[in-house]
Ligand binder design. Structure first.
Ligand SMILES: Cc1cc2nc3c(=O)[nH]c(=O)nc-3n(C[C@H](O)[C@H](O)[C@H](O)COP(=O)(O)OP(=O)(O)OC[C@H]3O[C@@H](n4cnc5c(N)ncnc54)[C@H](O)[C@@H]3O)c2cc1C
Length: 295
């Protein structure tokens, strides 16, 4: 990663990819839609270094989803801590180096505060923190008892006919996400969604999967206007996480705009906290409790 970051900047993809001699067919037919999907960035305005990092992660680990849903990962992390350590559903209204004030549960005194919210909430709690621009994402979930025969493959919109950027029969990847006999198809629209997104997606899915989708049942349409912080060049991949002794911030807005980036920034922040508290070296001492559910 360090070697990649030390490389000279190139134009954002796909111009940067073309400059490296990759054939136009490979770029337009595969890399462009893949990068758009990996970065949630339909216009590919992302810094070339961040795009390279995304491709590197894809090449090294391929794609995956957490078994049971996205919430399983934080649940597993929380389960590794002593019972009662994590409280959810508590809204923080202000923070300082030694106090956290909540909407419903009063005030907590502490030795250090690590703010791990999204970028906008972080800037509301700590005015002065930068609020980035965001990519918007719409996800449409369908179910059917006659799924397409594409297996666990991720279908990319290489023709850029839109509005769907990528789609997959997610229950083929993780069968726990649909009851027996039913399939879950999840499709993603990047950027501003068209006016009647449900109909437009259904029609596009019929073309992408090469089958009728009229009998597919729409389960949900989720639109997230501020889904992913943009990473235009020059993007700072190591935005400071230690604001002052006792006050720290982490999240996807301090690193790359991914779960991996959020976790990496959290690692940097907790290392800084332990150093400031003089407790360096104790980070990995506690053995996690045995997990009862596979990730
Ligand atoms: C539809 C969609 C698809 C995505 N797909 C991918 C993907 O495939 N791969 C990938 O790597 N990333 C993906 N992302 C991005 C990824 O979800 C984020 O980068 C990641 O969740 C960031 O983690 P975080 O901990 O920084 O912030 P968040 O996950 O946003 O967590 C912040 C938490 O802070 C809480 N909070 C906010 N304000 C307060 C407050 N005042 N008091 C208490 N709590 C508060 C929020 O409730 C939230 O739980 C996707 C995002 C979306 C929306």
């Amino acid at each position: 990663v360090e070697r990649l970051l030390a490389r000279p900047r190139t134009p954002p993809p796909p111009r940067g990819l073309a400059a490296r001699g990759l054939p136009a067919r490979t770029i337009d037919g595969f890399l462009r839609p893949l990068l758009a999907a990996l970065l949630c960035d339909p216009g590919l305005t992302t810094s070339s270094r961040c795009a390279d990092l995304a491709l590197r992660s894809f090449a090294g680990g391929r794609l995956c989803v957490p078994e049971g849903g996205a919430e399983v990962l934080p649940e597993l992390l929380a389960r590794a801590l002593p019972p009662g350590t994590v409280h959810t559903g508590v809204r923080v209204t202000s923070v300082s180096t030694n106090t956290v004030t909540t909407a419903e549960h009063g005030e907590f005194r502490c030795r250090a505060v690590l703010l791990a919210t999204d970028a906008r909430a972080a800037a509301e709690l700590l005015p002065g923190l930068r609020v980035p621009d965001f990519h918007q994402v719409t996800v449409v979930h369908h179910t059917t008892d006659e799924p397409p025969a594409t297996g666990a493959a991720l279908l990319l919109d290489a023709d850029r006919g839109g509005p769907v950027a990528h789609t997959a029969v997610v229950s083929q990847v993780d069968p726990s996400r649909a009851p027996a006999g039913r399939a879950l198809i999840s499709s993603t629209v990047l950027g501003p969604p068209p006016p009647d997104v449900e109909t437009a997606v259904r029609m596009h899915l019929a073309r992408l999967y090469g089958m009728s989708t009229t009998r597919w049942e729409t389960l949900a349409v989720h639109h997230t206007p501020e889904a992913v912080p943009t990473m235009r060049a020059p993007h700072d991949l190591r935005r400071p996480v230690r604001l002052l002794a006792g006050l720290y911030v982490c999240g996807d807005h301090r690193d790359t705009s991914t779960v991996q980036g959020a976790l990496h920034s959290a690692h940097r922040a907790t290392t800084a906290i332990l150093t400031d508290l003089g407790a360096r070296g104790s980070m990995h001492r506690a053995d996690p409790l045995p997990a009862t559910r596979a990730a």
